[in-house]
Design a protein around this ligand. Sequence first.
Ligand code: RET
Length: 286
Amino acid sequence: MLEAIAGDVAAIAQFGTFLEMTQPEIFEAVQDDALLSASFWVNIALAGLSILLFVYMGRNVKDPRAQLIFVATLMVPLVSISSYTGLVSGLTISFLEMPAGHALAGEEVLTMWGRYLTWALSTPMILLALGLLAGSNVTDLFTILVADISMCVTGLAAALTVSSHGLRWFWYFISCMFFLVVLYVLLVKWPENAKANGTAEIFNTLKILTVAMWLGYPIFWALGAEGIAVLDVAITSWAYSGLDIVAKYIFAFLLLNWVANNESIVADMPTIGSGSAASGAAPADD
Ligand code: RET
């Protein structure tokens, strides 16, 4: 009986690390830091404008595959506006006490865990759109999507682990391994498909943009307050927000602009799941 109570107390104490500050207090802390809150509001505004622009750009798109690229890509600013609303309201931010061994050990560090959570929704949409553009087969598409979601969820675990400094970095390492799988499909598998399907030029532009931007996220995680803490929270947040602007809105604009102007190329590509998309040898069957 006593053991059970002691267990409950320990569980509440552990949970307390996440709940020490109330949501209104976190909201106030964000508002008081003009640089930090600007890094959120700028993205809310850009995501809103992007949603309107992309809906307008897609108004005449008729082919189902091109429409699917539009829907997947439109999800990116839709997830983004929700993600940043979560951050700015304090809902998806916590102050976590860093474990021994961390540069800020014992201090309460503002952790924007909502970012990592919502990346698990937005990044698969980016990759789905790219896979459709390249003409991926089902295996590569499934592989990249599960690796990507796993990368985001293990990145979330790295940020939320406060029991051990070593385990924070172990989660980070696991996340990087998943990231390597994502990079492999993007850099090795899909360029072959895109070449066979006549979308190589736009695919390669978007591939370079994506790889260059995505590499920035683990670098800033490692340099920011969650990692070795050489960058403060507001600067790290701006770094993520800046990467987001290019990796999401500029990426999406380039992709959708191309699809809207080249709908027939997309329409003539082999259907995903036809089995031979990887070789590019299959005739269009839709
Ligand atoms: C983390 C930390 C752990 C190691 C790695 C990471 C990679 C994150 C990436 C995020 C991309 C986000 C995008 C969001 C758009 O909405 C989680 C930072 C590898 C690549 C493009």
